[in-house]
Design a protein. Sequence first.
Length: 284
Amino acid sequence: MSAVTRPLDLTDPGTVTRVARQAGLFAKRRLGQHFLVDRGALEAIVEALDPSADDTVWEIGPGIGVLTAELAQRARRVVAVDLDPACIRAARVTLRGLANVELIEGDALRSDAATLGLPDDHLAAGNLPYNLTGALLGHLFEAPMPPRRAVFLVQREVAARIASPPGGWSLATVAVRSIADVERVRDVPPASFMPEPAVASSIIRMHPARLMPEAERREVLRLARAAFQLRRKTLRHGLGRALGDRADLVEAVLAHCGVDPGRRPETLDLDEWRCLARAAGEMG
């Protein structure tokens, strides 16, 4: 009787080290590479995404394939895109035999659902590089075909910010929440990765939310950008920068929306930003 080959445990640090060495893979700081070695966190990502046997998943940054392998057990198809050729080499070994996995060497920021051949209702997942999180989230959810549902590992500070209720918002919060709903699922400690990052991470779940026309969103972000550049000052100052230092217009816009001029930009919710943008356009 031939021996049964057990699947690789890609959350085992020894396995990760061996696979990486064989593929000539070294975690690159510039790419923000930290490989997940926590079975509980891995299962939490898959459960939060909840792919069905009919789903196609776009995975961003598969690394050596730890999440890819789990997704492939539940989804119809997994399209995994990684910028690092060494990761693609490693994943081709670890994912050998999984016919429903397609590995693509490329930049996720230069890819889109249509060119990857993904259906309109695709899902997305990945362990995102900390320095590219904002750009990737914007790229995905501003697209004509955003994922129906997405689950990502991101820096905990970023997760807390973009999932925050009004009172602790940033410009990034306004930008993300104007195109997607965000839920913080659970935190993941640095020890869950190889090599350990300097900060904790969080799992977030997102759904597209087309809350406003694109032209209105651009105006909201224009006002918010000016206000957050002076975030230590009140809205009266920040909006003044955006509205040409016209104090009369600033006061009229704030009064129309019932917003206290003494508030700070982080305290506004999306409806208030929308009101300010509309009023500025109508009164300006």
